[in-house]
Write a protein that binds this ligand. Sequence first.
Ligand code: CU
Length: 659
Amino acid sequence: MPLSAAELTRSRELLAASGHLAETMRFASVALAEPPKAELLAWREGDPVPRRTRSVLWDRADNRTYTAVSDLARDGAEAVVEWRHLPDEVPNFTVDEWHEAEEALKAHPRVREALAARGLTDLDLVLLDTWTYGREVMPEQWRDRRLGWADVWRRETPSGSPYAHPVSGLKFVLDMNTFELLAVDEDDDEARRAVGAVDASPAVVGEYEADLLPAVLPGFTVREPLAPLDITQPDGPGFSVVDGLLTWDRWQVRLGFTPREGLVLHQLDWVDGEQRRTVGHRLSFAEMVVPYRDPSFDHYRRTAYDIGEWGLGYMTTSLELGCDCLGEIRYLDAVLTDSRGEPYTVTNAICLHEEDDGVLWKHVDASGRAAVRRARVMVISFHATVANYEYLVYWRLHQDGAVSCEVRATGIMVTTPLPPGEATPATGVLVDERTYAPNHQHFIVARLDLDVDRDLSTPGAAPTNTVVEVDSVAEPVGPGNPYGLAVTTRTTPVRSEAESARSTNAAAARTWKVTNPQRRNAHGAPVAYALHTPSAIPALFDPEAPQFRRAPVIGNPVWVTRHHDDELWPAGDNPTQSAEDTGMSRWVSDDEPLESTDVVLWHVFGIHHVPRPEDWPVMPCDPVGFSLTPSGFFDRNPTLDVAPPRGHGAGADGGHCHA
Ligand SMILES: [Cu+2]
């Protein structure tokens, strides 16, 4: 269960009472300190549930970072069971700072002066959007500071798109602790600086709301709406959720939510009557890396770590029935803290609903008799807005044992105006009048701690999984294969962490399986779940590129590691202002064995975004994702027992549909 507001308040009070909490300290995050996995696996009904928090704080007075663990069941000084200084670590930026930075900048005379020089005098139309730095691009003299840089944007009207007009060639650099303005950074190129001015900026169609479009797009009208489509479940939904435990069809899963990851799926089990089979212990998104691939003044420092630097949980927005989700919906709220450690609630943060998913299986026999089953899918989703972009995250549980994950990227692309007569740089695509959107990539790192069919007869038994790589191979023409038809599969175990980093191979139709060699199906093969990776994207980095050295995890679409409780963040615990990876590359450097043990599968996927004009002024959802499918986990199609469709000639006839 995620932390409640009362628990978060108590956590803050315990820290305050301990004397550690100085007036100048701020909370970067407060999260549930989850019990070690070994304890969770050995946990039995009736055992106590430890409730501890992990807080990350920093002191605005001296920029020192601390981490604290508080035991909510204890009192007084004993309650803070860990208090540690983290030298040289810069914790994530907070939503509060983002707002405070804009306010401080707008009050600064030098900022006002720079804006006025570009014709920007109505500050209500200006958005100053603060980003974090990677160490490699930080000005050297300020590398010991908590440093932000702000983009400058201009709205056409007070309700217009905040990202409609980039004010090119101008950035503000500020100390996020003192909000001291350190630099007004301007492009050396005079023409590019000039094009940031109101009267020189191109007449783009930057609006996306129907009421604002006619003013910028002559003749614009709203399309005739389609016929109504209502989704109703007269008897209510087919799932139940009690204290965060979701039960649906054959699935059971505990829903968690953390400030950094947003939604977390815990203890994902396939439950068939008395028989419970484990599939996943803990599934979530552990990092997002969004490097812009345009070295121009406007974009070279644009390297967002949306999870490690900001937190997908903190970016989560409330969902609205009929808009974000359609049908018979149940919502869960999320409780987070602000930078003073005070709890607040994001209502309707997680959406739970069922969808019809077309045909599950079908056959029409020679007499014309059709047997059909319809598929239902359980959807667990949340939406995160990270400044100009949104990420809509959908985990889906399927009746055939598959689990799929989809991310729909939408929102507004970052753009740059071009001076008259200047060609579009090769690092971007023209999307509007004298306006280009830079090439960029969104890497999402999913942490998939699967425990495939763990031995439940022995409480606390450790998982015994091995990840294997499966390639399809065309055998050469020869004896036994005279027509060259033979395709075989070659299965190679990932034996140790020296082999941890895997690559896709479309020519071999490569997949990976998490197998349990201790468990065999009826056909003698180890039970397994397969990972399919249709949205793997290439990193396209020189290995020595500073940005790549911060997150070499993005260099491979699949990684396998030995489970450790503290190996959660693959670009380091605190990637803000980092120079070198302290995550994945360190974890695998000790070359631990990976066979028949507790392994974690990591999948890096995402959007290789070479912009299209169609992505502007707001981007239609670009869906990417992956799936985990049972592969010999069951002895046969596990959906033979799915009830036939109701009505329309089915039912009494045993599920036969008639033409
Ligand atoms: Cu994009």
